[in-house]
Ligand binder design. Structure first.
Ligand SMILES: [Zn+2]
Length: 154
């Protein structure tokens, strides 16, 4: 799937989309799920090749996901080393099972913090809700909603 914000594209590998969508189905849809997005920067564009999934120490609730397990950041660090410093944390994802994918006030607040802490790069924010995807790009302190590029234009 490809998302666009102005001239910038974010390419998400199908495998990543499918992994996330699994958390909308029984039994995983009883609570929110989430993780980080791992990928690489390609000029102004971002390619997302992998995602982490909920880990034991994360807190999952019906309307809340807190990524508390240090394993997510551990995975990003491993990929950074293994890839020769090309693949790293490029953002995060979570689900809104059965609800709209529109970000909550807490989501926007969290994303602003992530964007501020990642001034060197851009951050991608994905929500998969009951009504589809919501994608945002945080860059230079500004969060922009991305549109979906129709498959025919890919
Ligand atoms: Zn949310």
């Amino acid at each position: 799937m490809i998302f666009r914000a102005g001239m910038r594209l974010v390419v998400v590998h199908n495998q990543v989309m499918m992994r996330i969508e699994r958390y909308l189905r029984v039994p995983e849809n009883a609570t929110e799920a989430g993780g980080i997005l791992i990928g690489c920067y390609r000029g102004p564009h971002i390619e997302i090749t992998e995602c982490s999934e909920p880990l034991r120490r994360d807190r999952r609730a019906q309307l809340r996901f807190d990524r508390d397990d240090p394993g997510h950041q551990g995975l990003a660090k491993r990929r950074w080393t293994e890839s020769g410093r090309t693949h790293t944390f490029v953002g995060e994802w979570h689900t809104h099972p059965g609800f709209s994918s529109t970000p909550s006030g807490i989501d926007l607040k969290t994303w602003r913090e992530v964007t501020r802490n990642n001034l060197a790069g851009s951050s991608v924010f994905l929500i998969r809700g009951g009504d589809g995807w919501w994608a945002g790009l945080g860059a230079g302190r500004i969060l922009t909603r991305m549109s979906i590029v129709p498959p025919d234009d890919e």
